[in-house]
Design a protein around this ligand. Structure first.
Ligand code: 5AD
Length: 477
């Protein structure tokens, strides 16, 4: 059977989609190649969020095709994902040697399409159509693909986005919000746990919108509803801390509760929530549900109310700060990370200073900073006052410096403390050492061996590096 190499650009959703496609291909008998140089089929799973990501994938494809013409004339090439969705046929017009283009609702068709192309039944396939229930088609896992993945797994709970932020291409590449049902997601999680997974991260473009549009009965587990008396039993140790709130729970919190019930699962995370949907029920869930790790990645994008409005974010700076304050009250020490865009059209020095002051106020543990990149068909791309590259770069630098300074100071404060980690596998930078993650989502590297993998253990932090902690389990004895 042929071998496949998949290269992934972009977010965790893309990583997860690639993993599911790889698992589907393996189930059909394909093998996974170590690199494009030894693969019969090369698939690029693309990202459109910024121009740079698109250009990287296009250049990569053009390069590979150039080499294949000389060295591997039968190699098959495909684009998948967001850029495949937004550009479709245009990709084949531009690069006629590309054989396959599969959009974001067609990942699960990739294996069948490759069969057809490899068997010579079809020469070229471009499929970017919408497909009902495709949100539930990302479910296969490659658990022994890498050490990391078998301890911690990602589960796609929904697809699409209805927020239409003015800078963002995602609603156009991923389509309308569609959520899987709770029983379907729980079944996938249970299967993962039975195969040794200890930590599950629930994934979606905006997880706080999970199930908001779907109001069907099948959504409820065991016929239990959020407000029903005699709510389903809490899991072991579930919640002696706080009673369940009397207000109705959002579908997302109901989902977290249902996943929380799974015996053998130690940790739950999710990404990404939207500040607009970050209700008190979700804040309270951290205090109530012990498996829910105290860490939150909440994209803020800007600290300026004026810009938040033009970005169509649907919250104010004050609302965002309020969420952070409530989270810290519920779980002191909770890890908080964010995404920030600098150089949005019309961003003034004052707007930018608002972002700097927000970063000072919140003290993010980590912030991913993006220079605004105009995306086609998005409203912001046509706004006046597009900023120059040097201005964007300068603001990017200034914010990065601030975020790094604050994070370094706070990481340093953890030296000498004892933290609980879940050991994922060998450290990427130094495979002779092991790495785990704290509940607050900080990486801890320590001297260990494969027997530690999958274990929850306490370590004492001995040193802090750049966004990495170093620990020593031995000190505990
Ligand atoms: N330019 C720069 N950054 C962007 N993001 C989304 N769209 C753009 C864009 N046009 C960033 C946001 C988002 C993250 C995934 O990518 O910060 O949260």
């Amino acid at each position: 059977m042929p071998s496949v190499f998949i290269k992934t650009y972009g977010c965790q959703m893309n990583e997860r989609d690639s993993e599911a496609v790889a698992a589907q291909l393996v189930a059909k008998g394909y093998s996974l190649a170590k690199s494009e140089a030894v693969a019969d089929v090369v698939l690029l799973n693309t990202c459109s969020v910024r121009d740079m990501a698109e250009r990287k994938a296009l250049n990569k494809m053009a390069n590979m095709i150039g080499i294949a013409k000389k060295e591997r004339p039968n190699q098959v090439f495909g684009f998948m994902g967001c850029m495949a969705q937004s550009r479709g046929q245009e990709l084949v017009d531009k690069l006629p040697d590309v054989d396959l283009v599969v959009g974001t609702q067609k990942f699960h068709r990739t294996a069948d399409y490759l069969d057809e192309i490899l068997a010579g039944r079809r020469e070229k396939i471009v499929d970017t159509a919408a497909e009902e229930k495709s949100e539930a088609a990302i479910r296969e896992h490659l658990l022994n693909g890498s050490a990391q993945k078998s301890v911690s797994a990602f589960v796609s709970i929904m697809q699409g986005c209805n927020q239409y932020c003015t800078f963002c291409i995602v609603p156009y590449t991923r389509g309308e919000e569609r959520s899987r049902t709770i029983p379907d997601i729980v079944a996938e999680c249970r299967d993962l746990v039975s195969r040794g997974v200890k930590e599950i991260t629930l994934l979606g473009q905006i997880v706080t919108s999970y199930g908001k549009k779907e109001k069907r009965e099948e959504w409820r587990i065991n016929g239990a509803s959020a407000s029903a008396p005699g709510a389903p039993k809490r899991s072991e140790g579930g919640s002696t801390l706080d009673p369940r709130p009397s207000t109705p729970l959002s579908p997302f919190v109901q989902l977290i509760e249902a996943v929380h019930e799974i015996d053998g699962l130690d940790r739950i995370r999710f990404t990404s929530p939207h500040p607009k949907g970050y209700g008190d029920d979700l804040v309270e869930a951290y205090a109530r549900l012990p498996k829910l790790c105290e860490s939150a990645h909440i994209p803020v994008q800007s600290g300026s109310d004026r810009l938040l409005k033009i970005m169509h974010r649907g919250y104010t700076r004050e609302r965002f700060l309020g969420i952070i304050e409530k989270l810290r009250r519920a779980k002191p020490g909770i890890g908080i990370s964010t995404d920030i865009i600098v150089g949005f059209p019309g961003e003034t020095e004052e707007d930018f200073e608002q972002t700097l002051s927000l970063a000072r106020e919140v003290e993010f543990d980590q912030a991913y900073i993006f220079k605004y990149s105009p995306r086609r068909d998005t409203p912001a791309a046509d706004m006046p006052d597009q900023l120059s590259t040097p201005v964007k770069e300068e603001r990017n630098e200034r914010l990065l410096r601030l975020v790094n300074e604050i994070a370094a100071r706070n990481y340093e404060k953890l030296v000498g403390t004892q933290v609980q980690i879940l050991v994922e596998g060998p450290s990427k930078k130094n495979p002779a050492r092991m790495m785990g993650r704290t509940r607050c989502n900080k990486i801890v590297v320590f001297d260990g061996s494969d027997r530690h993998r999958g274990q929850i253990m306490d370590v004492k932090i001995t040193r802090a590096g750049s966004f990495t902690l170093y620990g020593d389990p031995a000190i505990l004895e």
